[in-house]
Design a protein around this ligand. Structure first.
Ligand code: SF4
Ligand code: SF4
Length: 405
């Protein structure tokens, strides 16, 4: 039996056995965003499982299943609804790992320096003369990628290796930076350091860490995802830590469920959960916030172990905050690489969220996943809305009374 924290990749021969746990009851169908859009059985969890079974039995070819399996968002709504305990995400990752099944990611995307250097590369690009040229003369794909980047990418100043609090409480945590998150959510990472220090924790940023590997895992490259998991375990395992803190719920889910199921030395913890559980949190003095804040719950945040609602619990500590919950269990469409290679689907799923935001007097949108943040930010900008997209920990850091910890 696999627990959520143990997720060895399925071998092709095990696919049928895992897929056979599905009794085809259909209870997951109303919860599946792609099925709700198209009403096509091939766009449903039950239909996708049937396709995987046919593929494993040799009745279908990779070409026959690539599109329906590629459209799955891996939102895991179906897993939560399934009474038979089908481990759908693991099944789909394994199926996408079979030859020819994964929708090929753009070649340039596979070549980016995920281990290190991506932040430097993007910061240089943001400050260079190339950017205005790309915006004016670049191809549609390049312009699309440019639109997903922050208007002014963070300067590639080093993160530092150790951040000491003014009043240490003996806790030492590692901070997971991620790859693109360092560029798109640099403010949230700085805010995490500020809040953790204020609580008394020493924050360590091991330089050897890299990408979490989620994108590779979900695109069928379990081998590369495993390399990345091992690299991060080595980086964070080099010294004793009480926890490894992540701000992006999607990366955190991957750190919790590495392809080989190996347990890291220090437990990965999502920042909102970690802060809510901290005995020192009551000591934080927060200034009131007058603005109305929309709160988006990413699929990856809902898939984390525990009862959920942690980002809302954290934000409700801010006096006077008025929250608008956005989207229920609907995926925003970002879904890893979907925002790049399933663009129409990604935009269709995002539309209702943008419509809600456009109709509400909201100045800030908070979300815990960096992929959702860049997807929503781009839509908000394109729609001409004046809404800032932030991580909940950024709001906490901004409202802290008494300056830096
Ligand atoms: S993971 Fe989400 S999109 Fe994929 S089949 Fe399940 S509910 Fe549908
Ligand atoms: S995945 Fe679960 S809920 Fe969906 S059809 Fe199969 S058994 Fe039923």
């Amino acid at each position: 039996m696999f627990t959520p924290r143990q997720r060895p990749a399925l071998k092709a021969a095990d696919l049928l056995q895992a897929a056979d746990q599905c009794v085809k009851c259909g209870l997951c169908l109303p919860h599946c965003p792609t099925y709700r859009l198209s009403r096509d059985e091939g766009d449903s969890p039950r239909g996708r499982i049937a396709l995987i079974q046919a593929l494993a039995r040799g009745e279908l070819e990779a070409d026959d299943v690539r599109r329906p399996l590629g459209r799955c968002l891996l939102c895991r709504n179906c897993e939560r609804a399934c009474p038979s305990g089908v481990r759908y995400a693991r099944l789909l990752d394994a199926a996408r790992g079979l030859p020819g099944v994964a929708v090929p990611a753009p070649r340039w995307l596979a070549r980016l320096p995920y281990r290190s250097g991506l932040r430097r590369l993007l910061a240089c690009y943001g400050a260079s003369r190339l950017r205005p040229l790309v915006r004016r003369l670049g191809g549609a794909r390049l312009r699309r990628l440019d639109a997903l980047l922050p208007a002014t990418p963070a300067a590639a100043a080093p993160w530092g290796v150790r951040h000491h609090p003014r009043r240490p409480d003996g806790t030492r945590v590692g901070l997971f930076l991620g790859c693109a998150t360092q560029v798109t959510e640099a403010g949230a990472l700085r805010a995490a350091i500020t809040v953790l220090k204020r609580l008394g924790a020493e924050v360590v940023i091991p330089p050897g860490q890299g990408c979490c590997g989620a994108m590779h895992q979900h695109n069928g490259d379990a081998h590369r995802a495993l390399e990345m998991a091992r690299r991060n375990r080595r980086a964070f395992g080099a010294q004793p830590l009480d926890a490894v803190i992540g701000i992006a719920s999607g990366c955190l889910l991957q750190l919790l469920e590495p392809p080989d199921g190996a347990a890291p030395d220090a437990p990965p913890r999502e920042i909102c959960r970690y802060l809510n559980a901290s005995p020192s949190l009551d000591r934080l003095s927060l200034a009131p916030l007058g603005q109305r804040v929309a709160l988006h719950a990413p699929c990856s945040e809902r898939a984390l172990p525990g009862p959920g609602g942690e980002s809302e619990r954290l934000l409700r500590r801010i006096p006077g905050i008025r929250l608008l919950r956005l989207g229920g269990e609907d995926c925003c469409g970002g879904a890893g690489t979907h925002l790049l290679n399933q663009r129409q689907l990604a935009e269709t799923l995002r539309q209702p969220l943008l419509d809600t935001l456009a109709g509400e007097a909201v100045g800030i949108l908070a979300t815990t996943n960096s992929g959702c943040a860049i997807h929503l930010r781009e839509g908000i900008r394109a729609r001409g809305l004046d809404i800032e997209v932030v991580h909940p920990v950024e709001l906490i850091a901004r409202q802290l009374r008494g300056g830096e910890g």
